[in-house]
Design a protein around this ligand. Sequence first.
Ligand SMILES: Nc1ncnc2c1ncn2[C@@H]1O[C@H](COP(=O)(O)OP(=O)(O)OP(=O)(O)O)[C@@H](O)[C@H]1O
Length: 274
Amino acid sequence: MIEFRAVTKRFGDGTVAVDNFDIVIPSRKITVFVGSSGSGKTTLLRMINRMVDPTGGDIEIDGESIMQKEPVSLRRSIGYVMQNSGLLPHFKVIDNVTTVPMLNGVAKKQARAQALELLDTVGLSRSLADRYPSQLSGGQQQRVGVARGLAANPNILLMDEPFGAVDPIVRAELQQETIRLQHELDKTIVFVTHDIDEAFLLGDQVVILEKGAKIAQVGSPNEIMANPASEFVASFIGTDRGKRALSLKKTESGTIVIDSEGRGAGVLVGGSEQ
Ligand SMILES: Nc1ncnc2c1ncn2[C@@H]1O[C@H](COP(=O)(O)OP(=O)(O)OP(=O)(O)O)[C@@H](O)[C@H]1O
């Protein structure tokens, strides 16, 4: 469990990126921070592994304050996957994946064997191990980024807009892979996105943020969709329009579900129409 308690981050120029933020992030689930640009998502994520230190409040991992931990070893014990994969361009795939375990003292041979297994885990062929990042597609690079994030076998995986730069089809694949990996590996994943559809697809817990990381609503996707806490949330998640604003329409051949534009979206199965 990760707990933020009254966490504030004021940068040197006076910008308050995070203002008095509280949340409990449960273990072995996916928590998604979602909000528009500048709402403080990345700052929140980076405070968990002390890439950024809070200026107020405290963050605990399993009851221990991270401020008591040595930043470099903390960072190496938590996986981090960023947009554009963040791979080292002059390192082969295999060396990108083995870097952190070897810094942690794992012998090279063992680190390489584990890295090849991780390529299997993230759905990449082992034949790509000796390529350089520039010789991979964007989606493959992101998979290597995930393998690298998992390399030190962390309990916690931080993912910062990891699929923002890939095309929609590959993105959908990578989203499904993330769900599969979480089920298989049982990690605590904290995921940042500005895409509410991605947040609802991946999140067990979704945290909708406004400027200053003010929580507009926190809950499961179903809770938020069924009961948006404010007009801001309703508008952000789109329950007032498009494919999430569904209604029933009786037609001569039966009742169908339509979206806000009147397009057929499906039928109700197994439930009451009332
Ligand atoms: N090093 C810094 N110095 C000063 N201000 C910063 C710094 N890093 C971030 N900020 C500011 O803090 C606020 C939150 O930034 P942050 O990157 O956390 O937002 P975000 O929600 O992740 O945005 P995006 O989706 O665009 O990445 C913004 O106003 C940003 O300009």
